[in-house]
Design a protein. Sequence first.
Length: 336
Amino acid sequence: MIGRSQLRFAIVGCGRMGRHHAEQLLVDGRGTVAALCDVDPQHARRMQRDLDLQAAIFESVDDLVLRGDVDAVILCSPTADHFSHLSACLDRGWHVLCEKPLATKREEIIELIRRTSDSGAGRPLVSLAYQRRYWSTFRTMRREIQSGRWGAVRSISFRSTEHWQATIAGTWRDDPRQNPGGYLADAGSHKLDMMVHLSGGTPRRVFAWTRTCGSHVEILGVGTVILGDDLPGSFTLIGNAQLMEEDWSVHCESADLLLQQDQLWISRGGERRRLELSEPHESPLSGFVDMLLLGTENLAPLSCALPVFHFCQAIGRSAECGQPVTIDEGSGEIRV
């Protein structure tokens, strides 16, 4: 916890997500953007001008960690750069909110988890920007599941559509070297993480189908999964739709929990009713600031990245071979 009422932030990566977090920080009011970092300084200067920021501009993270005067970093660089950028920030002792996915390699994820697992006094606080973990809808749904009042979970499924493909042409997101897994591992990782978070089970067996639909990375993905010991699930991720929509179904022994277009329902005995959203609604940015200033819980520690990485790897391997695959949770090996 930081004994300061006005935090100084650096934003690394001044594209769409960097701008999004900067705008949220301005609305939040508990921090300032003290530094902007982007390999293309024009992007940083454009954000500085558009948002009227009094921020120093850096062209590399190496330069930022040498000369930057900040408390925390919001990391929005390409996924392939996350490991080196986050490692440099940790070496500097800075707190970090990192955009997902955490990294492109399993060994990098494990190393970052190791470095951030000790949250003792004076250690940097690091969180992933899995926004659904902060939303009142999903927090309320998870509370209902964990209460046990509706019995054990019997199955879980979701369908998500987004106009994502149209936004990535000519960007690093359409490069499989920088964004392996495409829509499924990038925007889709939020949903895959929530599948694990709600069910409490890690993915064990996956059967999936994917398509690139004219892009260089995966745009569509549908499949089934076994979570934990024997919990069935299904997922549909469509990244070239015309509209953003999301529907969830969690079937328990004595009730169904349904999330349809941001409205939460509970069904029993053939009837359904709206479920009151009694949990707080936040963003990863506001939750991160709460962590730093108020010492609140880290809702998205880096440890949550590993099951999602295994999940994405299994989806890709199954789609490639056309068969179900099994995940060895200990080694991360994907077996046909």
